[in-house]
Design a protein. Sequence first.
Length: 296
Amino acid sequence: MNFKEEYTDRVEKIEKILKKYLPEKEGYQRTIMEAMEYSLMAGGKRLRPMLMWESYRLFGGEGAAIEPFMAAIEMIHTYSLVHDDLPAMDNDEYRRGRKTTHIVYGEDMGILAGDALLNYAFETACRAFEEESEHALRIGKALKILADKAGIYGMIGGQVVDVQESGKAVSGEVLDFIYRLKTSALIEASMMAGAVLAGAEEGQVSRMEQIAGKTGLAFQIQDDILDVTSTTELLGKPVHSDEKNEKTTYVTWKGIEKAHEDVERLTQEAVDLLRKFPAKDDFLEELLKSLVYREK
């Protein structure tokens, strides 16, 4: 199979895993289960669970403990998008080509759906103990990585500064801080947790964090570029939203040409680090490179 076929195949497998770990839509609170499914199964690149899976395979992982973690990382990512779209945040009506969760279910259920996805992510990841109790220490370490990278020293920390500085001109140092936490942190969590669950050594996990950090920053800069150059139809969400919200971006900071150059440089640095591992993963390398040329 070529890269595109392999990518499609992996997305299909990830979709099945996500459906497997969704809660049953039942009980008086079934509305929240419906909103969770609407949000989680809205499509998307499934980049984070894919990176987690490939990192797991890179270090020889073969067990079933990876699946609940793959579902969990996508739930955490999805909750952040649901909350990002809320009126108090980016106030967006479209995500992945369809109405955002709060538009469909109301602002109250939008807030609760995000809360529910975050909590259920950790409920789901804990099911790994049932799959591989003999690797409880690895699972515990992976859970801590998820918690740290999703919290105040990770994604939420980045979002806080992003919201506080919205409408203001920020320095490159602050913008870099926002991007490294808001976007890179969950990508770091994906690749680090995958490596930990497979039994990678501490130094190897640290290198995966470096690879993921560069990948996440490149990914966010490319997002800035697409917000300026793409269309709503192609991107699946409103374009020029950064301009609407008066946000400083890499494009407004460095210009579009330098932004393109930085995406390519960071991606190449990530690939070079990846190639230092004895095991070779052509698909993972191509996946990192594909982020440079993506259109949505």
